[in-house]
Every structure is written in structure tokens, then in C-alpha cells.
Design a protein around this ligand. Structure first.
Ligand SMILES: [Zn+2]
Length: 252
């Protein structure tokens, strides 16, 4: 298998959508290829911001086929890293198609539902799915932006094992993910900052999961041109300017 073919497996691998033979071949290759590791990591990062229904509603074989068919025509137009992103985006779109089918089925159920509580429960499910679809669309907007930049954030002395990654578009917004963050003390929150030539601007307040991870998507604030991203721990509710030690830092 040529390297380009292997790279094309990265997206499907990240979604656990390869058949046994392809998976074995790809894992053997992964052991010695940093580039493909990066592709898998990128795809998983993007996938973390995507609807969870993406991988559960599609049969793996069909999903894989769809990813491959969708990505192949773009093969010559994109640098390698974009293949993984494109695969993630196509999976999101596949998820959206499945979501449309589900919505139609659920809408039919709503009109046939006997009781008010059944209607309410189905409507709550629909609105949760709508939220997931909106998130996927927002991520696609950011990742497809002409002015997209990728910034790696390194753990600082306060937490050397932490890492973060920002996909930033001044026109579309920010997709940000971090891992290995220390647990927060009580009454504290992580605060993400746009570092600008003038003053830092708060980007988001976040509480990581139990494993020290989070992924967020947020709109680009008007008139903010970051030169770097930074993360600190601040009192709950956040502060207008950072007061604590940096946990993550990365510049353009
Ligand atoms: Zn490789």
C-alpha cells in the first residue's frame, strides 16, 4: 500500500471505521510514521467537537465508503493534513444526513405520540440533535475558512504535560482542544485568553472532564487579532485579565 493510500485510511481509522485487514495494515504503519499519527490525532480532535451520533448511526463499512468517495476527488487539491480534516468533515455530513432521517422519523413519532410526556421527551431529543448539528456546522465553517491558522500550545512549568491546539479563523471563530490539564481546585475555572498587541481578551471559561480534557467552539470576537493563545486558572466566573500562572501558551 502506498503512503497516500495509508494517509487516506487515517480518517476512517480515527473513527474506528476500518475493516480488520485495513486496520492491521494501518496500525503497522502507524508504529513508524509520525505524519500519520498527526493525521489521526487531528481527526480525533475534530471528531471530539462533532455530534456523537456520527459514529453510532452509520454502519462502519458504509461510513468508510462515504469518507473515501468524498475525499478522493479532493486528493490533489489539498495538502495531506487536510485529508484527515476532510474525512472528519465528511463524517459529520454523513451524521447530518442520518440526523435528517432520524428527525423525520422522530417528527412522525411526535405527531403520533399519545401523551404529552411522550411529545415532550421526543421534542427534547430533537432539540439536542439540532444542537449537535449546529455544532458540526460551526466546526465545518471554521475548518473550511480561508484564514484558518493552527496554533499548538505547550504546557508551561505549572503543568508541563498539558498540550492544547487552536484552529483559529478571525472570520469564523475558534475550535480549541486541550488535554492533560490538572484538576481544578474548588471554586476555580480555566480561562482561555486571546493574547493581543493591546491587552489579553477572554475567549472562554472551561472546566475539563475528569481526564483533564475539553474541546470548545466559540465565535470570533469582533476586532480581536490574537498573536498568541494562553490559558490560566482563575476564580469562578473568570477575570477581565489573567492573574494566575500560565498553564498553556502558544503563539502564531
Ligand atoms: Zn504515514
Amino acid at each position: 500500500m502506498g503512503h497516500q493510500q495509508l494517509e487516506e485510511l487515517a480518517g476512517a481509522y480515527a473513527f474506528d471505521a476500518l475493516d480488520a485487514a485495513d486496520r492491521e495494515a494501518f496500525e503497522q504503519h502507524l508504529a513508524s510514521c509520525a505524519q500519520c499519527w498527526q493525521l489521526v490525532a487531528d481527526t480525533r480532535l475534530v471528531a471530539a467537537a462533532m455530534p456523537h451520533t456520527v459514529t453510532s448511526v452509520e454502519p462502519p463499512a458504509a461510513l468508510r465508503k462515504r469518507i473515501m468517495m468524498a475525499v478522493s476527488p479532493a486528493r490533489t487539491a489539498f495538502p495531506a493534513g487536510w485529508l484527515a480534516l476532510a474525512a472528519a468533515l465528511m463524517a459529520a455530513i454523513a451524521g447530518t444526513a442520518a440526523w435528517t432521517q432520524y428527525r423525520q422519523a422522530a417528527t412522525a413519532q411526535v405527531s403520533a405520540a399519545q401523551s404529552q410526556s411522550q411529545v415532550e421527551s421526543l421534542q427534547a431529543q430533537l432539540s439536542a440533535l439540532q444542537g449537535q448539528a449546529d455544532t458540526a456546522r460551526q466546526a465545518i465553517d471554521i475548518l473550511a475558512a480561508d484564514d484558518l491558522a493552527r496554533i499548538e500550545l505547550k504546557g508551561q512549568p505549572a503543568s508541563p504535560a498539558s498540550t492544547g491546539r487552536a484552529y483559529w479563523s478571525g472570520t469564523r471563530g475558534l475550535l480549541f482542544s486541550a488535554v492533560n490539564l490538572p484538576a481544578l481546585p474548588a471554586g476555580r475555572v480555566y480561562q482561555l485568553w486571546y493574547v493581543t498587541a493591546a491587552a489579553p481578551v477572554s475567549a472562554a471559561l472551561v472546566t475539563p472532564d475528569a481526564a483533564g480534557r475539553f474541546t470548545l467552539i466559540t465565535e470570533a470576537p469582533a476586532g480581536v487579532t490574537p498573536t498568541a493563545f494562553a490559558m490560566t486558572i482563575e476564580p469562578a466566573g473568570g477575570l477581565p485579565a489573567p492573574s494566575g500562572a500560565f498553564y498553556l501558551l502558544g503563539s502564531f
